[in-house]
Design a protein. Sequence first.
Length: 381
Amino acid sequence: MAELIVPKIIDQLSDVLMKQFGEKVNLVMGVEEEVANISSKLATIEKVLHDAERRRLKDRSVGIWLEKLEDITYEMDDVLDEWNFKIHRAKNERTHQNARLQPTLWIKVPQKIKKINAQLELTLKEADQFKFITSGGIPDSQDFKPIMTTSIIDESEVYGRASDKDALLDQVLSKSSSQGRDGVQIISVVGAGGSGKTTLAQLLFNNDKVQKHFELRNWICVSDPFDQKRVAKAILENAGKSSHEAELDPLIRRIKETFSGKRFLLVLDDVWTEDDSKWKPFQYSLKDGAPGSVILVTTRSQRVATVMGSTDTHHLSLISDSDCWLIMQRIAFGGRSGDLCKKVEIIGQKIAEKCKGLPLAAKTMGSLYGSKIPYSSGRMF
């Protein structure tokens, strides 16, 4: 959970400061340095979360550390909601001058921010004892191998993405069909970790209109690191070609031969690299695809989307609390009686709010929540 929530909090911190500055509302003053410190600490913590989550079930002390961190992020999220509310009220009611005369309306926010900053400082010091490996460090076990995605999906298990699917489908097909549009179009889906970027790409990839529209469809899970030879071989094999070459150059040349003159859809899922030299050979080899060809990239980073040479970007929004609850219900209550579901529904809906619009977080919470509910009773363990 922390691995999903922390990046979202970092983004929100900068957004709320910019909003206060943009609206010329000074309800919360003198906290810029505190906010900068919190952002810096969270960015440092973010780098070790992958290792921490990997060790969570094996080491109870790591699990406790993560639970403390999650509590702090939930508290920070509540503070940001309060801050946003005060900005909105001041703007709409034009009362920000009066608000400055009533310190009780805003003084609690700076106090809470300072408290959270102190808590994060302690959390960082506690992390030292675990000697976490930072992202990009040298993996010490097979557990670091990324989970590889595929194009297969059960659409009945997807909630809250109908509008995104329609928008992306229109974007891909309209760009592909546009007359006079030269070159291969590169469309990036950008969103937070766990927000459903892969799911959206899967929905598009398996759409009937897409299947009929493109001569070639190719799904590649890129992940981190960007292994050029592995990616090149996967592209060729998915296109029905052999890939026995040991060097990158002949692989790239064969990609060019295979895709030139054909209208294709190439999905590059979970791209992390910001090194354009890793991507350029592929971009050059694919540029002679038939007009209407599309490369669809999924990534957490707008910087990656830029490096990939995106012609269009689809920013993936978060899903609603009610959709998070639907996901939790499916996982937590599978095969259980309707009466039992009703008994724990109110608690479950409150937990769904903590997912903060992230489908993966809802799946995780649904699994944890379901494990606490016995089949024969409505009581929680």
